[in-house]
Ligand binder design. Structure first.
Ligand SMILES: Cc1ncc(C[n+]2csc(CCOP(=O)(O)OP(=O)(O)O)c2C)c(N)n1
Ligand SMILES: [Mg+2]
Length: 256
C-alpha cells in the first residue's frame, strides 16, 4: 500500500500490527456487518498516522473487501492517510496526536452510564505521550473509575524525529501512569502469545483503568527498517519492497 501510494507511515504501522491483530482477532467483540452494534468493543487508533496496518486489519476483519486496500491514498478512496469516518470500522477520525484517549474516556463513561458491557481500547504512541491532553484524559479516567477502558502504548522508543528520550523524555511510563491511578501492565508487544494471554487476563470488573505498556520494535519484521527513525514516514523503493517481502515470506516459512 505504502509503495503504491508513494508515502506512508511504515515504521509505526509495523510496530503496532501484532497489537492490532491480537485485539481484532482475539480480544475484541464486534460485527463487521453491523459496525454500529451498540455492544461492540470500541477501538481508537490515537496514533492515527499508523493507519496502513489498521486498514489491513479492518479489511481482514471483514469491514470492507481487501482489494480496496490497493486504492489506499488515491483520489476516490475511502482510505485516507489518516483514519476518517469514511473507512468502515473507524470509530473516530484521528491523526492529531493526543486526542484519542479523551475520546476513549467519553466512550467508556457512556458505556458505564448505559450499563453496556463493552470495552474501550485506545492505542497511543510513546512519542504521543508528550501531548498534555493525554494526561487530562488519564486523570479523568481514574477519577471516573473506568475499569472498562484499556490504554495501550506502542512503546517503540522512537518518534518522528528520533529517539523519544531525546525529543521529550516520558520515562518512567510505568511510574507516571501508576501515579495517575491506572493499573499498569507490561508486555512484549511483538509476541502474539504474550499479547493474547495478557488481553485474556485483564479483569472485566476492575474499578481502575488499565494501561498496557507494549514493548515493540519500530519497523518490526523488516531488518533494514527496524529501529530506523527514517522509516517513520517513508515509502520503500521497488527493490526495498522486494527485499522486505522476501524477508517476511521467509519469516512465515520459518515459523511454519
Ligand atoms: C498534535 C500533533 N503534533 C505533531 C504531529 C506530527 N507527528 C506525526 S507522527 C509523530 C510522532 C509520533 O511518535 P509516536 O507516538 O512514538 O508514534 P510511532 O513511533 O508509533 O510512529 C508526530 C510528532 C501530529 N500528528 N499531531
Ligand atoms: Mg514511538
Amino acid at each position: 500500500m505504502i509503495f503504491q501510494a508513494g508515502g506512508g507511515h511504515t515504521g509505526g504501522s509495523l510496530s503496532s500490527l501484532d497489537i492490532l491483530v491480537a485485539l481484532y482477532f482475539h480480544a475484541m467483540r464486534y460485527d463487521p456487518k453491523d459496525p454500529q452494534w451498540s455492544l461492540r468493543d470500541r477501538f481508537v487508533l490515537s496514533k492515527g498516522h499508523s493507519v496502513e496496518g489498521f486498514y489491513c486489519v479492518l479489511a481482514e476483519a471483514g469491514y470492507f473487501p481487501p482489494p480496496e486496500l490497493d486504492g489506499y491514498g488515491t483520489f476516490n478512496t475511502r482510505l485516507y492517510g489518516h483514519p476518517t469516518m469514511k473507512a468502515p470500522g473507524v470509530e473516530i477520525p484521528t491523526g492529531a496526536l493526543g486526542h484519542g484517549l479523551s475520546v476513549g474516556v467519553g466512550m467508556a463513561i457512556a458505556g458505564k452510564l448505559d450499563g453496556a458491557a463493552y470495552r474501550v481500547y485506545v492505542l497511543m504512541g510513546d512519542g504521543e505521550q508528550a501531548e498534555g491532553s493525554i494526561w487530562e484524559g488519564a486523570m479523568a479516567a481514574s477519577h471516573h473509575a473506568l475499569g472498562n477502558l484499556v490504554g495501550i502504548i506502542d512503546n517503540n522508543n522512537l518518534q518522528i524525529s528520533g529517539k523519544v528520550d531525546a525529543v521529550m523524555r516520558v520515562a518512567s511510563l510505568k511510574d507516571r501512569w501508576s501515579a495517575f491511578g491506572w493499573k499498569v501492565v507490561e508486555v512484549d508487544g511483538n509476541d502474539m502469545v504474550a499479547l493474547v494471554s495478557l488481553f485474556d487476563r485483564l479483569p472485566k470488573d476492575s474499578s481502575r483503568p488499565h494501561l498496557v505498556i507494549a514493548h515493540t520494535v519500530k519497523g518490526k519484521g523488516v531488518s533494514f527498517m527496524e529501529n530506523k527513525p527514517d522509516w517513520h514516514h517513508r515509502a520503500p523503493t521497488a527493490d526495498e519492497l522486494d527485499l522486505a517481502e522476501r524477508e517476511l515470506d521467509k519469516a512465515l516459512k520459518d515459523r511454519d
